[in-house]
Ligand binder design. Structure first.
Ligand code: T5A
Length: 215
C-alpha cells in the first residue's frame, strides 16, 4: 500500500524542528517505516536552491523568482524522494511543503493564489499531503524563540505584518479543510504540544489501519 504523506507547517520558530524529533520517535515506536525530509531542500540540488533562497543578499529577490525557485526545488524533491518513497509504501514526514508557498509567497508576499495553484498542478498533479500539522503561536513569540536559536535568515528579516499574513493564511487553510489540517497550539509547554500531536497521530493511524482492513 502507498505510504502516507505528513507535512508540518507554521510561522517562524513555532517548533517544527523540535517536534519533528518527537514525531520520528512516535513513528518508530509504532513500527512505521518513514523518511524525514524538508522544504525548501530534501535532495542535494534542492538543498543548493535552499541556500540561495535563505541567504541574505544585497540584491532584492523578486517574488516570482522566489516562487519559481520554491517549485524548482519541490519538483526535484518530489521526483527523487517523496514520490518514490510513497510508492514503496514508506511514509514521508516533511518539514514544510506547498502550504508554505501559499502562506509565505501567496499571503506574505501578497502574490495571491492563482499562480501558485497553476504551479502546484504542474509540479504535483493531484498529489497532496494526507495530514498537515499546523503549529500555531503568536508571531511575536515564534520570532522570539527563533531569534534565541540562530541569526535571522532572509525570511526572518521580514516585518511582523508579513508573518501575521502568513499565520492567518495557515489558519484559513486549516479552517477550510479540517479533515487534512490539524492546528496545534504550540504556545504551550513542549510536553503539552507533544500530547496534542500524539492524539492527532493516533487518530490518523487508526483511520489508516481502518482503510487497510477494509481493502
Ligand atoms: N518558505 C519555505 C517559503 O517562503 N516558501 C516555501 O514554499 C517553503 C517551503 C525556511 C524558510 O523558507 C520559507 C519559510 C521559512 O522562512 P525553515 O527552515 O522551515 O524554512 O525555517 P523556519 O520556519 O525558520 O524554521 P525554524 O527552524 O526557524 O523554526 P522551527 O523549526 O519551527 O522551530 P524550532 O523547533 O527550531 O524551535 C525554535 C526554538 O523554540 C524552542 C526550541 O527549543 C528552539 O530553541 N521551542 C520551544 N520553547 C518553549 N516551548 C515550546 N513549546 C517550544 N517549541 C520549540
Amino acid at each position: 500500500m502507498r505510504g502516507r504523506f505528513i507535512t508540518i507547517e507554521g510561522t517562524e520558530g513555532v517548533g517544527k524542528t523540535t517536534n519533528i524529533d518527537y514525531i520520528k520517535q512516535w513513528l518508530d515506536d509504532n513500527g512505521i517505516s518513514f523518511v524525514n525530509t524538508r522544504e525548501p531542500g530534501g535532495t542535494p540540488l534542492a538543498e543548493e536552491i535552499r541556500e540561495v533562497l535563505l541567504s541574505n543578499r544585497e540584491e532584492q529577490v523578486c517574488s516570482k523568482a522566489e516562487l519559481l525557485m520554491m517549485f524548482a526545488g519541490r519538483a526535484q524533491h518530489i521526483d527523487q524522494v517523496i514520490e518514490p518513497q510513497l510508492a514503496m509504501g514508506n511514509w514521508v514526514l516533511c518539514d514544510r511543503f506547498t502550504d508554505a508557498t501559499y502562506a509565505y509567497q501567496g499571503a506574505g508576499r501578497e502574490m495571491g493564489n492563482a499562480l501558485i495553484e497553476s504551479l502546484e498542478t504542474m509540479v504535483q498533479g493531484s498529489m497532496r499531503p494526507d495530514l498537515t500539522l499546523v503549529l500555531d503561536v503568536p508571531v511575536e513569540l515564534g520570532l522570539e524563540r527563533a531569534g534565541k536559536r540562530s541569526e535571522p535568515d532572509r525570511f526572518e528579516l521580514e516585518k511582523t505584518d508579513f508573518f501575521n499574513r502568513v499565520r492567518q493564511a495557515y489558519l484559513s487553510m486549516a479552517e477550510k479543510s479540517p479533515e487534512r489540517y490539524k492546528v496545534i497550539d504550540a504556545s504551550n509547554s513542549l510536553v503539552q504540544v507533544q500530547q496534542q500531536i500524539s492524539l492527532v497521530l493516533c487518530n490518523f493511524l487508526n483511520k489508516h489501519q481502518d482503510e487497510i482492513s477494509s481493502q
